[in-house]
Design a protein around this ligand. Structure first.
Ligand code: ADP
Ligand code: ASP
Ligand code: MG
Length: 441
């Protein structure tokens, strides 16, 4: 029997009603054996994720304010799920331990991780699966990076003993035993790690949309579902803002060539999106696979005449950024100018320092920093063959009088990155989407 690993996101496990859907999905196939659970997410748009409630408890405790009321809200979320599922089960002892730890200044990651810990306990009880704590199977190294060797050995051995298990997402242990979380949305990574540890035939990532969509559904109306996407395309779209899956979740499964299937808990009959190595792909149906973007970038533009003939110019500029601990996203250049695109948050308190050091190290004619840039990635392995993709984008944006502030095209031609004013961001996504997807579809 093959093994399937399933990860359910916060909205899939936000209420008793959602737990029932999840159980039905899992129980419908005996090979659905290992389940990774997130903390309860939002039940409706006005709701708060349990993870955010826990971060709030941590903040209160660090300001030495009482956490009773804030933590009671967390308990209520879980108790209502337990009650409505009719489970003969209590988390009171766990609550007491966690409340005590928070008041005694437990670390932020520990506090946040309890969201998935408690939810996984309920899910394991409801499914009659074994609860396997990620604390004993997912490990980080001293420097905070994921310890793949230790994890796959430990987690593989733990899960080998269990025919059916629930593992909490989002966290693992540091070498000294303290809890550390991945970045937000990190249960997707745990799902991929579990899939790799048990060498699953597939990693099913269950969420609240019927797959990866060609554009963010909160901006573009009814975008098409991407039936098949390669790991690489997914990572580019995820990195640039298609938040349906954490961009780091592809690494563990990619190496083992385990496909990912993004599915909808609220519409399990939909096939969703298959994420595959490019070699297994049937080939793209359309020129572009998807478009995604993010706001919050700045450009550092440096001008100097005859810059193009000066050996080592860019190295000097990048050295300045390196010394200030700033990483860069893109670096489009002309004959006498170069622009470096960075996250605005990374330079907000360093702007004067950056300018001064670049002047000093490069004798530039001018250095200017402009905020308010949004980056948009148009991604598609079909772009390699189709001619005129860039032209199509530019003419569509030109017609709408949207000013392009930056262009960067990867040499692999699998993506085109555009920079536009933040105010034009939503409109740009829509215009690009419309340029490639016929309206009557
Ligand atoms: P989960 O709680 O299941 O992990 P997330 O909220 O993290 O789910 O991710 C799913 C959400 O991602 C969707 O509800 C959607 O609003 C958003 N999203 C943004 N871009 C895309 C995209 N290109 N395709 C699908 N969903 C997207
Ligand atoms: N619960 C965590 C978060 O809200 C992890 C996750 O949902 O994947 O970020
Ligand atoms: Mg998520």
């Amino acid at each position: 029997m093959g093994t399937k690993v399933l990860k359910f996101g916060g909205s899939s496990l936000a209420s008793a009603q959602q737990f029932r859907k999840v159980a039905e999905i899992i129980k419908s196939q005996p090979e659905r054996r290992y389940v990774v659970a997130s903390a309860p997410g939002k039940r409706d748009s006005g709701d708060t994720k349990v993870t955010d409630m826990l971060y709030n408890c941590f903040r209160l405790a660090s300001k030495k304010e009482p956490i009773d009321e804030a933590f009671r809200l967390v308990e209520e979320r879980y108790n209502s799920i337990i009650r409505e599922l009719g489970l003969d089960f209590s988390l009171e002892e766990e609550y007491a331990k966690i409340r005590m730890a928070i008041s005694h200044h437990a670390g932020e990651d520990y506090v946040a991780s309890r969201g998935e810990y408690l939810n996984s306990m309920i899910l394991a009880k409801y499914l009659d699966f074994t609860f396997v704590d990620a604390e004993n199977g997912v490990f980080f190294k001293e420097d905070g990076t994921f310890d793949d060797k230790k994890t796959y050995a430990a987690l593989g051995a733990l899960l080998e003993k269990e025919a059916y298990a629930v593992v909490p997402g989002f966290y693992g242990s540091m070498p000294n035993g303290t809890i550390k979380t991945f970045s937000r949305g990190g249960s997707d990574i745990t799902g991929a790690i579990v899939a790799r540890a048990v060498n699953a035939e597939i990693y099913e990532n269950w969420t609240d949309v019927s797959g990866m969509l060609m554009a963010d559904p909160r901006i573009v109306k009814n975008p098409r579902v991407i039936e098949e996407i390669t790991y690489r395309e997914l990572r580019e779209l995820a990195y640039m803002g298609a938040t349906v899956m954490h961009e780091e979740a592809v690494f563990p499964v990619k190496e083992a060539r385990i496909p990912i299937n993004i599915r909808n808990t609220n519409a399990p009959e939909d096939a969703g999106t298959m994420i595959v190595p490019s070699s297994l792909s049937a080939g793209p149906k359309s020129v572009i696979t998807g478009v995604a973007g993010r706001k919050g970038f700045s450009s550092i533009t440096i001008e100097k005449s005859k810059m193009n003939t000066e050996v080592g110019f860019c190295r000097k500029v990048l050295n300045v950024l390196e010394r200030l601990g700033v990483s860069f996203e893109h670096m489009p250049s002309g004959i006498d100018t170069v622009s470096i695109i960075v996250s605005s948050a990374a330079i907000s308190d360093k702007k004067e320092d950056i300018k001064a050091r670049i002047f000093r190290d490069t004798y530039a004619d001018s250095v200017t920093i402009d905020d308010g840039l949004a980056l948009i990635a148009v991604v598609g392995r079909g772009m390699v063959r189709a001619k005129g993709t860039a032209g199509k984008i530019f003419s569509a944006l030109g017609q709408e009088e949207i000013n392009i502030r930056m262009i960067d095209q990867g040499s692999g031609e699998k993506n085109i990155i555009l920079g536009v004013e933040e105010a034009d961001y939503e409109r740009t996504l829509q215009v690009i989407y419309n340029a490639f997807v016929p309206e009557d579809n």
